[in-house]
Design a protein around this ligand. Structure first.
Ligand code: ADP
Ligand code: G6P
Length: 468
């Protein structure tokens, strides 16, 4: 059968759907984890077109299929490729390095070779489904080589690239073996988008230092083409969250959650993938110290930490899980009562509705990453608070901190500051909190994910997409 071709193609390591195994051992499809899919899924759904990606399981030969009006072009990965390209080069080399080496990056030749091969396979799949002159939008650190490989195959395409995570300073990028190759990979795009202006500047500076190019303003000439680098801070589907927060069932669930957690106790909440960049350990440690020094008591408040399992075969993630669980156990053992513990820890993924109910119930939301490109949880919390209640404690090392000026900003490395941030937010005057939340809600409403996608595609010269 002849391959259908599309005018708009998204390429990302993951498809929006993840093939998982449920409690009864049966295979099923669930929404893929993480901010990339949360942001892009509504865009792809309204724009139509194709999405090239992996199903999340090794050796999965699922044929391409259509879901919600999007053609999902599966790219199978073998067990060895998952090991080397995904868990190795992507998540043990590039992820830690790009998050300012908050964990030590590992460099292995066989990982780099697999990364190149898989990027080539993704490029071939994209080339196969893209129509003549199509717009191809490539995403994230797993596919840094892809823009160049795709351009070699299909010079007719308009290629955009967006990096969802931070881009490191030049000195750190220089650690990467074959660093120039990676950079040339990105320069295959017409437009390279970042979360923050500093990231775009780092990238442009690197083209000068590493390749001797001469960037001018936000542009640089490379092999006779102009490449633009600019910040496009990503956002969320505000109306989706708003609708859920307005749903009487979700509101009833929020009330029930509060009752179950102990009626008049203040609810302090963390929601993250279990990732060492998120500052979960530092947050729990700070909360433990607040209990230890008597600033907060077990009767007065409860910390609920929902942590989605993530990249569980990577050693650094296994070690993090052990450390977090040990610390939660220690705190609960020391400060808990029968039937009432200070830290409720859920190592689980929850539905969107359940998360929104938690957001509605939480008096204080803790978003304390050591480094984060944006952090969508912070924006989701704000979007859910139609009542203009609640307080956000936010790390200054997130992209979201540039926008959410009504948050209590903290340095997560400074445990005293973190403690002060939590207790100040817990005890702030409700009127002050309303003012803060109102400002943040305005910002998020005016800059939602559709706004982000339109701005990117306009800059790419393809504004006419059918979105929202
Ligand atoms: P990252 O992309 O690094 O995971 P973000 O905060 O940008 O971080 O995005 C995380 C996304 O994953 C959000 O849309 C959030 O709602 C979702 N998420 C986080 N934790 C959970 C969880 N425990 N269950 C379900 N979804 C979650
Ligand atoms: C972050 C990354 C995404 C990634 C997601 C989930 O949002 O920026 O590229 O898909 O985390 O991680 P995973 O490794 O499960 O795809």
């Amino acid at each position: 059968m002849k391959q259908r071709r599309y005018g708009f193609v998204v390429v990302a390591n993951r498809l929006p759907l993840d093939r998982t195994t449920d409690e009864r051992g049966e295979q099923c499809w669930t929404r893929s984890p993480g901010g990339l899919v949360s942001a892009l899924e509504p865009i792809a759904r309204s724009a139509g077109g194709a999405w090239v990606g992996w199903t999340g399981s090794p050796d999965d030969a699922t044929e391409p299929f259509e879901a919600d009006g999007v053609y999902l072009r599966t790219v199978p990965l073998s067990g060895e490729e998952v090991d080397r390209y995904y868990e190795g080069q992507s998540n043990s080399t590039i992820w830690p390095l790009f998050h300012h080496a908050v964990e030590q990056p590992t460099h292995r030749r066989e990982w780099r070779v697999a990364y190149e091969a898989v990027n080539r396979r993704f490029a071939e799949a994209a080339a196969e489904v893209a129509d003549d002159g199509a717009t191809v939008w490539v995403h994230d650190y797993q596919l840094l080589r892809l823009p160049q490989l795709l351009r070699d195959l299909r010079p007719d395409l308009r290629i955009g690239f967006f990096l969802h995570i931070p881009f490191p300073p030049v000195e750190l990028f220089m650690q990467l073996p074959r660093r120039a190759e990676l950079l040339r990979g990105l320069l295959g795009a017409d437009l390279v988008g970042f979360q923050q202006p500093l990231a775009a500047q780092n990238f442009l500076r690197l083209t000068a230092e590493l390749l001797g190019l001469q960037p001018h303003g936000e542009q640089v000439e490379h092999q006779g083409r102009t490449v633009t680098a600019r910040a496009f801070p990503i956002s969320i589907d505000v109306s989706e969250i708003d609708q859920m927060a307005a749903d009487p069932e979700v509101q009833a669930e929020a009330r029930q959650l509060r009752r179950e957690l102990g009626g008049d106790r203040r609810l302090v909440l963390g929601v993250d993938r279990l990732d060492y960049t998120k500052g979960i350990e530092q947050r729990i440690e700070a909360y433990g110290e607040l209990l230890a020094d008597g600033t907060v008591s077990n009767d007065e408040a409860v910390l609920v930490q929902v942590a989605t399992p993530s990249r569980q075969r990577v050693a650094q993630y296994q070690q993090l899980r052990e450390r977090v669980e040990r610390e939660v156990g220690r705190i609960n053992g020391q400060f808990g009562d029968v039937g009432r513990v200070p830290v409720q820890y859920l190592f689980q993924s929850r539905s969107r509705e359940e998360l929104v109910a938690l957001y509605l119930a939480a008096d204080v939301m803790l978003v304390t990453p050591l480094r984060d490109g944006m952090n969508l949880v912070a924006k989701e919390y704000v979007a859910a608070r139609r009542d203009e209640g609640g307080a956000l404690v936010l790390s200054e090392f997130t992209g979201a901190a540039d926008e959410l000026h009504g948050a209590f900003l903290i340095n997560p490395y400074d445990v005293e500051e973190l403690k002060r941030g939590i207790s100040t937010a817990m005890r702030a005057d409700p009127e002050e909190l309303t003012g803060r939340m109102r400002r943040m809600r305005e910002q998020v409403r005016e800059h939602d994910v559709d706004h982000w996608a339109q701005a990117f595609l306009r800059a790419l010269g393809r504004p006419a997409l059918r979105t929202a």
